[in-house]
Design a binder for this molecule. Structure first.
Ligand SMILES: C[S@@+](CC[C@H](N)C(=O)[O-])C[C@H]1O[C@@H](n2cnc3c(N)ncnc32)[C@H](O)[C@@H]1O
Length: 287
């Protein structure tokens, strides 16, 4: 059995997969974060050596597999977003609970940091980022303030930027900092998360063998919406709208849904792991 773990992280899921597939199976894993890969790799080595890790985005799934001579796999798992070290290590710049550089890159070796985006992105584009990826209604107000202020203020620390957002937009609801959605928006933009997900899902379905499974764990509504839409589109025949009987199929469905509604964690699981509270799991089978 050949399995792809698109979000290796610290190798939690991958270790279970490696044990489950046994020495005859093969695991391919992706992650953008070299530090996570190093931890996961030493963990996996204790179980077996029938795995290959790519320091790359899962948006390169088919290309990477093709280069390995693999055309079909039996299962693909996505476990999207951040890992615990991203949140817990202030140096990565994802959280404003502690001060750190405004970075937010999963791959700390390349690409623009959040601070670079704030410094260089045109006002309208910045507002779109806050609105689309953070669902922030006051997106224009914040983008305007940033563009006005950025010639004299350098936005390069997480705490400083979180306080700035609060100053411009006012305090959030009790228990929810005003900068939470803005940090989510910047993180999605920095890592181009939603376009990577679209590409990754397409390629996952493409490389699945018949009866193979694709499973996606997402953590916010923007991701879940993409997965839901993608699975719905792939599990419905595309019919010819000009056919008066509506029976001519132009493109046949390729997936069958295994989850009509997303599976959410139980209270017991949330009590054990608070970070799982927003998880949504959707799964489908290749026809
Ligand atoms: C929720 S964690 C995965 C946790 C992992 N499943 C485990 O059991 O330890 C998400 C991981 O995906 C990685 N990641 C995010 N976007 C990625 C992408 N486009 N391609 C590859 N890895 C990505 C992050 O660096 C992070 O390590």
């Amino acid at each position: 059995m050949t399995v792809v773990d698109c979000n290796l992280g610290l190798g939690g899921h991958a270790s279970h997969i490696l044990k489950a597939i046994g020495s005859e199976g093969m695991l391919y894993a992706f992650d953008l974060d070299e530090r996570n890969i190093a931890v996961a790799e030493s963990r996996l080595r204790k179980i077996g050596d029938n795995f290959r890790i790519f320091h790359d985005s899962f948006a390169s799934l088919t290309d990477r597999l093709r280069r390995e001579g693999v055309s079909q796999v039996n299962a693909v798992l996505f476990d999207l977003g951040l890992s615990s070290p991203h949140i817990d290590d202030p140096c990565r710049g994802f959280s404003f609970l502690h001060d750190g550089p405004l970075d937010m890159r999963f791959d700390a070796s390349s690409g623009l940091m959040a601070a670079d985006l704030l410094r260089t992105t045109p006002e309208k584009e910045l507002a779109d980022i806050f609105y689309k990826y953070g669902e922030e209604r006051a997106s224009r107000k914040l983008a305007k303030a940033i563009v006005e202020d950025r010639s004299r203020i350098e936005f390069n620390s997480t705490l400083q930027f979180a306080r700035y957002v609060e100053r411009v937009l006012g305090r959030g609801r009790p228990g929810k900092h005003r900068a939470t959605k803005i940090f989510q928006a910047l993180r999605i933009a920095v890592n181009e998360e939603l376009s990577a997900l679209e590409l990754g899902l397409d390629q996952a379905v493409e490389c699945l063998a018949p009866h193979g499974h694709v499973v996606v764990l997402s953590y916010h509504s923007l991701e879940d919406r993409i997965v839901k839409r993608h699975f719905k589109f792939r599990s419905t025949d595309l019919r010819d709208p000009t056919d008066p009987f509506g029976s001519r199929v132009l493109v046949s469905k390729t997936l069958s849904l295994l989850t009509k509604k997303p599976i959410i964690p139980s209270d017991e699981e949330i009590n054990k792991n608070k970070r799982a509270r927003s998880a949504r799991l959707r799964a489908a089978e290749k026809l």
